[in-house]
Design a protein around this ligand. Structure first.
Ligand SMILES: Cc1cc2nc3c(=O)[nH]c(=O)nc-3n(C[C@H](O)[C@H](O)[C@H](O)COP(=O)(O)OP(=O)(O)OC[C@H]3O[C@@H](n4cnc5c(N)ncnc54)[C@H](O)[C@@H]3O)c2cc1C
Length: 405
């Protein structure tokens, strides 16, 4: 039986990063992944350019049943640490929007960086290779794999969430967690488009493809989310950054609220225009909002569009503005794991050390990355959690030869 200090299961963002750091500490590390292709999620991330971190990432950008859990790891491995690594590997990058950093070239550069870090640590990689069983023996863990049995003092589960099953996502991490007595916070698709029932969405289908800035909010109290981002109309509902962000906060059966003119007091603007102009309402509204949206919005009130502004009552303009700035609607669901960028929920943080990600139930067992109940906003935060949780774990892994992290 082959023996390692640590076996990392899952060679995605968190697993590769953890294996590299642990290997460079002098640990004998095996990294296993069942997928044919390496790090496919990094490859497709950020539209192929990998939004590898967010300059401003902090605990407030993450959802979790325990919002404090991520603090320690995020503080000890910061976006600036990863940026320094990207610079050391001479990868050119740029800031796109709100602190989001992307490669100038392609995501492959981040995969190459992680592979070089693994090589520097002498990490053994087995891929494709599945793990059939994991047991805790008297002295160490024993794993049954496609390439035979393996023994290791530490096992790191880095198998990610459930989103995009066709590129290798599996529930392995949650199954291992349950096997060893861990609790799981209910999982659900997040950073995902929202859908509406066909009949109620029919009037908005002609808007498919239209994008505009909107304020979006849902929930209340501590569970409230609010973002000002671009919104995209689709044939089945709503998407775009605004909706992906709010989907992580949205609870089935509850409404989302939209302001389609977030930089304006629409009622005041329409009343002011009414005092000085005899323009038709349809034309006035099309100056403020995209014409397609203005026409679709006024379609149920056919006679309004062609009426000069002074012919409309103040109360009509109030009602129109309120509809557009306080549009409340209840999604009937999401596009599911097929389209979700991440999985919210996961291995309950109450059963993990926030310093090392080690299980409080079983010594030597660790969970890192997306499999843990820590979910970032859209914009590089999820990779920052992968790097930070991986670093915390890699530095905390025991070194049988007594090396210091
Ligand atoms: C389309 C898309 C775009 C994204 N873009 C961004 C972005 O630009 N910025 C950002 O911050 N985040 C982005 N994300 C989210 C980000 O990719 C994930 O949060 C991140 O990859 C999680 O890292 P991880 O290592 O925990 O899991 P993953 O990267 O998902 O890695 C898990 C690995 O485990 C392997 N695995 C699973 N089950 C098993 C098993 N049973 N045995 C062995 N191996 C197994 C998988 O094959 C995979 O290689 C995006 C996600 C998607 C889907």
């Amino acid at each position: 039986m082959q023996s390692f200090d640590a076996v990392v299961i899952g060679a995605g963002a968190a697993g590769l990063f953890c294996a590299g750091i642990a290997g460079q500490r002098g640990l004998k590390v095996l990294l296993i992944d069942h997928a044919q292709r390496l790090a496919e999620k990094i490859r497709i991330s950020g539209g192929g350019r990998c939004n590898f971190t967010n300059r401003d990432a902090g605990p407030a950008n993450f959802l979790s049943a325990n919002p404090h859990f991520c603090r320690s790891a995020l503080a000890r491995y910061t976006p600036q640490d990863f940026i320094a690594l990207v610079r050391r590997h001479r990868i050119a990058f740029h800031e796109k929007h709100k602190g989001q950093l992307f490669c100038d070239g392609s995501s492959e550069e981040i995969i190459d960086l992680l592979l070089r870090e693994c090589d520097a640590g002498g990490v053994t990689r087995w891929q494709p290779c599945a793990v059939q069983a994991l047991r805790r023996g008297a002295e160490a863990f024993e794993l049954d794999t496609d390439r035979g049995p393996v023994r290791a003092a530490s096992v790191v589960v880095a198998t990610g969430g459930l989103s995009i099953p066709k590129i290798g996502a599996s529930d392995f991490g949650y199954r291992v967690a349950r096997q060893f007595g861990h609790r799981i916070v209910d999982t659900r698709p997040a950073l995902v488009p929202l859908t509406f029932d066909a009949a109620s969405w029919a009037p908005f289908v002609p808007l498919a493809g239209l994008s505009l800035e909107a304020r979006i909010e849902t929930g209340s109290g501590k569970a409230r989310g609010e973002f000002v981002e671009d919104l995209l109309f689709t044939h089945r509902g709503l998407s775009g950054p605004a909706v992906l962000q709010i989907s992580s906060y949205w609870q089935p059966g509850t409404p989302i609220r939209l302001d389609l003119a977030p930089t304006l007091d629409l009622e005041a603007a329409l009343l002011a225009a009414k005092r000085v102009s005899r323009r038709k309402l349809g034309n006035e509204l099309a100056e403020i909002l995209p014409r397609r949206l203005a026409e679709t919005w006024l379609a149920p009130r056919a006679d309004w569009s062609d009426r000069p502004l002074p012919d409309l009552r103040d109360r009509d303009l109030h009602e129109l503005a309120a509809g557009l700035q306080r549009w409340e609607l209840v999604p009937d669901g999401t596009e599911g794991y097929r389209k979700a960028e991440v999985t919210a929920g996961g291995v309950d943080t109450r059963d993990l050390s926030s310093q090392t990600m080690e299980s409080r139930q079983v010594r030597g067992l660790y969970f890192i990355g997306e499999v843990v109940d820590v979910t970032g906003w859209l914009g590089g935060y999820n990779f920052q959690w992968a790097w930070a949780s991986a670093a915390a774990c890699a530095r905390g892994l025991p070194d049988p030869r007594g090396g210091v992290a």
